[in-house]
Every structure is written in C-alpha cells, then in structure tokens.
Design a protein around this ligand. Structure first.
Ligand SMILES: Nc1nc2c(ncn2[C@@H]2O[C@H](COP(=O)(O)OP(=O)(O)OP(=O)(O)O)[C@@H](O)[C@H]2O)c(=O)[nH]1
Ligand SMILES: [Zn+2]
Length: 212
C-alpha cells in the first residue's frame, strides 16, 4: 500500500524494496490492474490467497528493475569529478550487472569490467557502478548497454580512452528458446587510447587476473 506521501507503508517493505521515486501510487495501481489481467490470461486465479498482492508486487518489482529510465548517468559522473594528475589506467572490475533483454523482458546478468585513462580528472569510483546500474536497469540489449556505458564515461570525463567489457548470461537463452544453460555472451566497447593494441592488452590482461 502507498501512503499520501508516495512512500510505501512500512509493512510493505518486508519484500526488501527500496523506496524509489518511481513508486507513484497511480502508476502502481495502473500496472497492478494490467498484471491482474495477465495472471487471468495465463490461466491463474488472481483472487486466490497467494496471488492477492502479486499484481502490486510485480508492478513494484518492474518499476524497480526499470528505474534506470529516471537516472541521469552523465550527471552521476559530473557530480564527482576530481582534478588529479593520475595518468595510468583506472579499472573497476567485476561489477554486477542485472538487466532485462528488450526482446523477452527476461533477465540477463553478469559482470562489467570498466577502465579509463584519466586526462586531468578522476571520477569517484562508486559512480562507475552507478552508471552501469543507470543503463542496465532498463530494457536493453547487451551490445547497446556496453556502448552506452562507454559513451557516457567518454563524454563526461573526456579521458584519454575508455574500455568496457561485459560478460552476461541471458535467461531467454537458458530457460526457454535455445535452452543453452552455460553460454556466456561477451561484448566490448573501446574509445581513444584503447584502440591501441598495447593498452587494450593491458586492460584485458588485468581484468582476467584474479585477486591473490
Ligand atoms: N544481440 C542480442 N540479442 C539478444 C539479446 N538478448 C536477447 N537476444 C536475442 O534476441 C533474439 C530475438 O529473436 P527472435 O527470433 O525475434 O525471437 P525468438 O523467436 O524468441 O528467438 P529464440 O530466442 O531463438 O527462440 C534472440 O535470438 C535472442 O537470443 C542481446 O542482448 N543482444
Ligand atoms: Zn531475450
């Protein structure tokens, strides 16, 4: 249930949802109505006890999973730029990615490895995973997600270059369709200095190393 201040009542938070701006009461009500209809069309009985709150739960879950539409990724990076004369590669690797493919609206998930070479400015490290979330919490294809992350970092930081590698499993390929349980899709996007063989090799080498 949503109270007058647009904040889910405390009792409702037992499902672990964060309080996010997208929890707009009218939107939740409208989505819930549609999901109730979907349950019926799928052959379920939305009136049975276990499903009574399901349409509302699904509505909130989908709003959570698509909250990237409300984010401004470039602004996220611009909010924490620091002048710093560090000119070596900065890598944030093993960033968890959770997204949904735009074809089936089923999850794809895995890891992102992101590097840039500063050009006078470094960015607050936490902002890099935040940018990943801002683009992945939308309906996506892995290739576009990879490019969007690269372009955003390149635009905001104007670094010497950016490298992005994503490794994901797509549930639309596991639990339906071709049903390949172990296939992993790798995508990459580079800019500037990362087109140089040596720089790219350093990045790929460092992300493949395990922490000791
Ligand atoms: N390139 C790309 N394809 C994706 C991604 N996520 C899902 N797909 C693919 O999108 C394609 C959609 O193909 P369609 O033939 O229109 O859909 P479909 O009949 O459900 O295809 P199957 O999954 O092969 O059963 C499938 O091949 C999916 O594997 C992604 O991130 N990138
Ligand atoms: Zn899919």
């Amino acid at each position: 249930m949503i109270n007058d201040n647009n904040i889910p009542d405390r009792d409702d938070d037992i499902y672990g949802y964060e309080k996010i701006d997208r929890y707009n009461p009218e939107l939740i009500e409208s989505l819930s109505g549609h999901y109730k209809e979907v349950l019926s069309l799928l052959g379920e009985h939305p009136g049975r006890e276990g499903l009574l709150k399901t349409p509302e739960r699904v509505a909130k879950a989908m709003l959570y999973l698509t909250q990237g539409y409300d984010a401004n990724p470039k602004e996220i990076l611009n909010s924490a730029l620091f002048k710093e004369e560090y000119s070596q590669m900065v890598i944030v690797k093993d960033i968890e990615v959770y997204s949904m493919c735009e074809h089936h609206m089923l999850p794809f998930f895995g890891k992102a490895h992101i590097a840039y070479i500063p050009n006078g400015y470094v960015v607050g490290l936490s902002k890099i995973p935040r940018v990943v979330d801002a683009y992945s919490r939308r309906l996506q294809v892995q290739e576009r997600l990879t490019n969007e992350i690269r372009d955003c970092i390149q635009d905001a930081l104007q670094p010497v270059g950016v490298g992005v590698v994503l490794e994901c499993r797509h549930l639309c390929m596991c639990m339906r369709g071709v049903q390949k349980q172990n296939s992993v899709t790798t995508t990459s996007a580079f800019s500037g200095g990362f087109f140089q063989e040596k720089t790219r090799a350093e990045f790929l080498n460092l992300i493949s190393q395990k922490l000791s």
